[in-house]
Design a protein around this ligand. Structure first.
Ligand code: EPZ
Length: 423
């Protein structure tokens, strides 16, 4: 089993280039199913999840040229299958993002129900609510654990859809399906994440008519068809936050290049509350925590523009090292404290109660054998390992490789004493 070994590394220093956003590239790739023309997506990170999405698209009939580093050219002349692959869906929940495009293009999709995962049961009721509102028939086969969604003879019809929770995936799926529906669709209480805007920009380049993506009410006027385009994905705001925290936890200084400050405002605000110096330059975000007496702060995760749930665990690792007690509240997922047990193995002494964690702070962490319990928790364990005494050995690192491009290489370039061991 591959592992990552991290030794106490002292303050990091240098520059890091942020890759294209995983959580943008995955829906962007799914959207290419909706046209016979070539779509060229640029700044695609080299990630396990991107490889899975390519497999899924090819299964539906997509022809994919990924011969050029960082660029994917995809075209789907015709749909050859409308059955999602159970193994691939289990491997990656984001395969759900192909439901909207398949409904819009092909009129039918048979999708295995995605298993929950370590961070919660993660239902798809809001996705299905949206498809029903657009006139599709939804049949859930509990015994075979599949859901079949099929349009009527007249295809999809626009309607008003209220999302009980501003779900990112549901907003993206409904947005894509609505682009080819007849008439106008309004998504109310829509997710406002930057990845939604990036997807709407791609779809509008393809000929869709989407207004006010990025607000809580998105208006889509259906069109007859979509064509190809060239689109550069936005930089990864969660990778950006992760490396901001790497500078802060090691009391170092790092210039995070290609980062968009507007996508990480809560992280900038919270690190400043902890007494970290942060400056914005044309090249990127400069984080300087050298020689600073850092203090505690509380965080509460919320949908965008609130504090991002994906940065909760890396930020918690950082809070174990600052002076004073912090309270961390997780409001987006019902089970996203799996990393607490792992941090406590290193001496963090964190207590949890339901969706609240009390981080005493001021700890001298010590190396231990720990697990990556999800993608972001894995990053949190690397951050903790950088400042723990001795060696920290992290297993189940496939989680990390799903969503961080060249994670070990980027940390090494900043002076971290880190290596990957392939058994
Ligand atoms: C996206 O997941 C991201 N994944 C997640 O990033 C991120 O944590 C999440 O948004 C929240 O920001 C991708 O974009 C590929 P949601 P998604 O639908 O779309 C509940 C990472 O580490 N819900 O906004 O699955 C759900 O159970 C990953 O990169 C319903 O109840 O998130 C959860 O509690 C982890 N019914 C909450 O909403 C539904 O139909 C947020 O889920 C859908 C969701």
């Amino acid at each position: 089993m591959a592992r990552i070994l991290v030794n106490n590394s002292g303050p990091l220093h240098g520059e890091v280039d942020i890759s294209g956003a995983k959580n943008s590239v995955l829906p962007l790739l799914a959207a290419t199913l909706m046209t016979e023309d070539i779509c060229e997506i640029e700044d695609v990170p080299d990630l396990a999840d991107v490889s899975v999405m390519k497999k899924i698209l090819r299964k539906y009939g997509a022809e994919i040229d990924d011969s050029e580093q960082g660029i994917i050219r995809a075209r789907t002349p015709k749909i050859i299958s409308c059955e999602g692959d159970r193994d691939l869906v289990t491997e990656m929940r984001a395969s759900l993002f192909t439901m909207g495009p398949m409904l819009a293009r092909h009129g039918k999709i048979i999708m295995p129900m995605p298993g929950g995962c370590t961070i919660g049961k993660r239902p798809i009721d809001l996705h299905l609510k949206g498809f029903r509102a657009l006139g599709a028939k939804v049949e859930e086969d509990i015994e075979n654990e599949t859901v079949t969604v099929e349009t009527g003879p007249d295809g999809l019809q626009g309607d008003v859809i209220y999302l009980d929770f501003p779900s990112v995936g549901a907003t993206e799926n409904i947005l894509m399906a609505a682009t080819l529906a007849k008439g106008t669709t309004i998504i109310e209480n829509a997710a406002k994440e930057p990845e939604i805007i990036d997807l709407a920009n791609l779809l509008n380049k393809m000929g869709a008519r989407i207004k006010s993506a990025g607000t809580d009410m998105i208006r889509i006027e259906g069109v007859g068809s979509l064509s190809g385009c060239i689109h550069q994905a936005i930089p990864d705001r969660i990778e950006t936050g992760t490396f901001m925290l790497a500078a802060a936890i090691t009391r170092g200084e790092v210039l995070i290049k290609n980062a968009l400050p507007g996508h990480v405002r809560p992280i900038i605000a919270k690190l400043k509350e902890c007494n970290v110096d942060i400056d914005i330059y044309p090249e990127g975000i400069y984080v300087d925590a050298r020689g600073k007496e850092l203090v505690a702060t509380d965080i509460k995760t919320l949908p965008f523009p609130g504090f991002p749930t994906d940065i909760q665990s890396p930020f918690m690792a950082f809070l174990t090292t600052v002076k004073g007690k912090s309270v961390v509240r997780e409001t987006v997922f019902e089970n996203r404290f799996m990393h607490v047990v792992e941090l406590n193995r290193m001496g963090a002494d964190i207590q949890t109660e339901n969706r609240e964690a009390i981080v005493p702070g001021g700890r001298k962490l010590h190396g231990a054998k720990v697990r990556a319990t999800d993608l972001r928790a894995g990053a949190a364990m690397v951050l903790a390992g950088l400042v723990a005494t001795g060696t920290t050995e992290i297993s189940e690192i496939y989680h990390i490789e799903r969503g961080y491009e060249d994670f070990v290489g980027k940390f090494k370039a900043l002076g971290a004493d880190i290596m990957k061991i392939d058994d």
